[in-house]
Write a new protein. Structure first.
Length: 152
């Protein structure tokens, strides 16, 4: 199984970061390659919420359903996708830093890339995807800092 991780300091209080992570409709404003996202379950966003990400895999449009499988307010969320191309578990962990206006945000993605390829899949994960996804996570965190700064 592939794994990518990034930790960054986000220049906003924990509550602001948490609320932004929960604002699915605006995630395209800071997530790399995301064209749209929409909540599919009624009611408030939280445990068992289902949302769809709309992006591109190369030239092909792709819609990926995600389900929130863990939701600990102001601390942690886990989102899971059963995508055929990239089944994934995304873990978002927030913690306050020494400064109240700064939040430590850890993003972890555990995944399989093209799982039907068996050993080739694992090789591609190690050689390419782990680094590529870690880079995307770092860019998302940087974009989140810029997005939040623009909303102050």
């Amino acid at each position: 199984m592939g794994r990518a991780e990034s930790v960054a300091l986000i220049q906003a209080p924990v509550e602001t970061v948490w609320n932004t992570l929960n604002d699915i409709a605006h995630t395209p404003d800071w997530v790399v390659g995301l064209e749209a996202a929409d909540l599919k379950t009624p009611g408030n966003y939280g445990l068992d919420s289902i949302y769809y990400d709309h992006n591109r895999l190369g030239p092909l449009p792709q819609t990926t359903p995600w389900r929130v499988t863990a939701f600990e307010p102001m601390k942690r969320q886990i989102h899971e996708s059963k995508s055929a191309v990239l089944p994934s578990r995304m873990i978002l962990h927030l913690s306050p830093s020494a400064t109240p206006e700064v939040t430590r945000l850890q993003m972890v993605v555990e995944y399989r890339f093209l799982p039907w390829l068996g050993p080739v899949s694992r090789l591609l994960e190690r050689l390419v995807m782990d680094r590529a996804l870690a880079s995307v996570l770092r860019q998302n965190q940087a974009n989140l800092n810029v997005y939040l700064a623009s909303r102050r």
